[in-house]
Write a protein that binds this ligand. Sequence first.
Ligand code: 6PG
Length: 242
Amino acid sequence: MNKIVEVLPDKAALIERSLAVVLSKMHTAIQQSDRCTIALAGGGTPKPLYEAIASQDLPWDKIHVFWGDERYVPPDHPDSNQGMARQAWLDNVPIPEVNIHPMPTDGANPAADAEKHEAHLRKFFKSAAGEFPQFDIILLGIGDDAHTASLFPHTDALQVQDHLVTVGNKDGQPRITFTAPLINHSHCVIFLVAGSGKRPALAQIFAPDADPLTYPARLIQPQGELWWLLDESAGQELEIKD
Ligand code: 6PG
């Protein structure tokens, strides 16, 4: 794993730097495999990044967009990660609809939808059972509780090693989420973290040892590149050891 940690002076600089890194990884992926597969984070932090990407002139037909997790609500619900990314980015660029791969949330139940999305990923990546497809880029955030995607502390989702997608659980609310092993197979994982509220979680995530079941972002140790892009509010006082 190649870990890069950068602390940017403020949120605007964090978004600007994140855009530069994402664009660079997109171009590399398209040069190498004539496509880029990127999985998006939800929540509020990445929204300005998605707005910035929408203003770029990119080969949209070569970019495939996925989500690392989804709240179990329809896409037009205010909590929908799909809805946020469409409003901020995808509705504003000529990306083919077939290149947008949302997590389904309209099936019989979350487990059935997780299974359905896993089958979709396996078909798209042509990956057999037991194999883990490699995304070019996976964007992640962390909660104040050090969750990432919808891998929440002390939930069953943290233990799932033999699936790509599983059901997350936030205080009893179901989520659909990539599993830790799927995230860890990515060529490049980029965490975007802003705000002083994230400082205690970051301290535990970066501590020499702490329980990953309590601080799930510690489970993310990708075989490829691991970027931590932090603003000063989140990243000051952080003990950054390699
Ligand atoms: C979600 C996200 C989640 C998010 C963190 C941080 O569905 O909420 O995928 O993992 O990245 O909760 O959210 P903020 O960026 O809003 O702080």
